[in-house]
Write a protein that binds this ligand. Sequence first.
Ligand SMILES: [Zn+2]
Length: 88
Amino acid sequence: MIIRKFETRQVEIASDVYCDRCGEDMHGGGKFGGLYNGVVGVGAVGSYWSPVFCEGDEYEFSACERCLSDWFKGFKHNPLVKKKESDV
Ligand SMILES: [Zn+2]
């Protein structure tokens, strides 16, 4: 037997996301209005052995597709792992 009741809860939602690099609104718009283009809330943590970041420092960023694409162009290895079949 399940006894049910109603209760009201508050949840935190992202009302909008801006690219941390260029500052543009990342909202997809159109019929996919609830989605954001690019990467949202990607994180990194500095380790004890890092010559660049301080141990324990935490980073979180979001980047729009254009900035992500620009960033990928600077990579020595292409991060693309799968191409859409219709584009092959
Ligand atoms: Zn951007």
